[in-house]
Write a protein that binds this ligand. Structure first.
Ligand code: SF4
Ligand code: SF4
Length: 431
């Protein structure tokens, strides 16, 4: 694609990078075939190619974002199915990051939109605030019909019961069972600590059983993905810098073989820290942390997971976009499930997003619900006993549309190798 940036514009390193990405697009349109929003809305401007044109027009003319551009960029799920499909290797993710930061800087959103985004950015990444907000949402449930649409959505999404705070999410070291093979840090995350403590508990048990010493590093917290996807780069860089410093203290101390991440949405962002800080003082440690960041399935592949120890069961594997497109991890989780003895069912159109996409299902409810229905129908058609995924957001989104139990991949692997049955599979269904 030809571009018309001036030499002066290209002195800005971020603009120069965006220009390089724009030039790599040959506008062939292959990406439209796998774009979920294009499939739902059928509008070229809601396809990757259409969005690339909008971004090009905005940046090339050095103008502030307008309402039309913002509408179509906001509707993008950041699922990155387009990157898996693109034959020219267009880095849509980094182009979108740049566009969102430009929108955040130059566009004044309507007041309610600003308030809603502020609430999400100020509440979700902080477990104590998030817990309090869920309690408040439950109290407000009786008069939710009086509230504006977004606040009603928040209440609808708030779980009626929360698990108690898990002591495992506090900074500490869990010794390996038997001979120590690896020393890894576990990212315990933010929203996951509030909504589902079983995932980190199962991850710790499983890693210990397979010979890992597991560290929950002092000071590590939210990865910054949520604010990053909103274009709030000041907030996201602060969160990222905080984690880089926390994990570097472990790297420089007793050393780390990996940073294990069991929320693939967060994993995609941590693996991108090196890029986020490429022009900053933290460039070197950020690149180190990105290189150490691994999805839990990547780490488990290197450990001796026992074979054929699971109860016979059909497991529908939902491939989270952040795992299959964002990190290009497609087979490892399925291979691990098969290794321990589960039968893995693969729903059709597995490349399609379930509509969760971070806070997308709170902000773009209709598109998210449409995608959820498609995903649930495809999964239910495989008649599984259980659904599993490697990302809590997908688990909640899919779980809200089906009666089939939904668990995290590590919960099944932990159960098969000696851990407790996942709560969702107990007869009383502790959901
Ligand atoms: S497939 Fe790639 S090169 Fe073709 S239009 Fe889409 S982004 Fe551009
Ligand atoms: S990230 Fe997903 S929703 Fe956005 S343009 Fe690419 S395929 Fe479409």
């Amino acid at each position: 694609m030809q571009t018309g940036f001036t030499p002066e514009m290209l002195r800005d390193k971020n603009v120069a990078e965006a220009e390089g990405i724009l030039r790599s697009c040959v506008h062939c349109g292959f990406c439209t075939a796998t774009c979920p929003t294009y499939q739902v809305l059928g509008d070229e401007l809601d396809s990757p190619r259409g969005r690339i044109y909008l971004i090009k027009d905005m940046l090339e003319n050095g103008r502030a974002a307008d309402a039309k551009t913002v509408k179509h960029i906001d509707r993008c799920l950041s699922c990155f199915a387009c990157m898996s499909t693109c034959p020219s290797g267009v880095n849509y993710m980094h182009l979108l990051d740049h566009a969102r930061a430009h929108i955040q800087k130059t566009y004044r959103r309507p007041i309610m939109d600003r308030i809603n985004r502020w609430i999400l950015a100020q509440v979700l990444p902080y477990p104590p605030r998030f817990r309090l907000a869920i309690r408040a949402a439950n109290l407000a449930r009786v008069f939710k019909w009086l509230l504006p649409g977004f606040q009603r959505n928040l209440i609808n999404f708030a779980p009626k019961h929360l698990p108690p705070v898990s002591q495992n999410d506090r900074p500490q070291v869990f010794a390996a069972f038997g001979e120590r093979k690896k020393r890894v840090a576990l990212m315990t995350g933010c929203a996951q600590q509030v909504l589902n403590t079983d995932i980190n508990d199962a991850t710790i048990r499983l890693l210990q059983r397979l010979g890992c010493e597991v560290v929950v590093a002092t000071g590590a917290a939210c990865c910054g993905a949520l604010t990053h996807h909103m274009g709030k780069t000041g907030d996201s860089h602060r969160s990222a810098a905080n984690n880089i410093n926390a994990w570097m203290a472990e790297v420089d101390g007793d050393g780390l073989d990996a940073i294990v991440i069991n929320t693939s949405g967060c994993g995609t962002t941590v693996k991108d820290y090196g890029h986020m800080f490429r022009n900053a003082a933290l460039a070197e440690p950020a690149a180190k942390i990105s290189a150490l960041a691994k999805d839990v399935s990547e780490v488990l592949e290197d450990l001796d997971l026992p074979e054929n120890c699971a109860q016979p069961m059909n497991v529908a594997y939902h491939a989270a976009c952040s795992l299959q497109h964002g990190q290009q991890i497609k087979n490892a989780p399925k291979d691990l499930l098969r290794r321990v003895g589960f039968t893995v069912c693969e729903p059709k159109d597995a490349y399609l997003c379930c509509g969760s996409a971070g806070t997308y299902n709170l902000l773009q409810v209709e598109i998210a619900n449409n995608l959820k229905q498609r995903k649930v129908s495809a999964i239910e058609a495989t008649t599984p006993n259980v659904i599993c995924a490697g990302n809590l957001g997908c688990m909640i989104q899919i779980g809200s549309g089906t009666d089939i139990p939904v668990v995290h991949t590590v919960q099944l692997l932990d159960w098969a190798t000696g851990g407790p049955s996942p709560r969702a599979l107990l007869p009383e269904r502790g959901k």
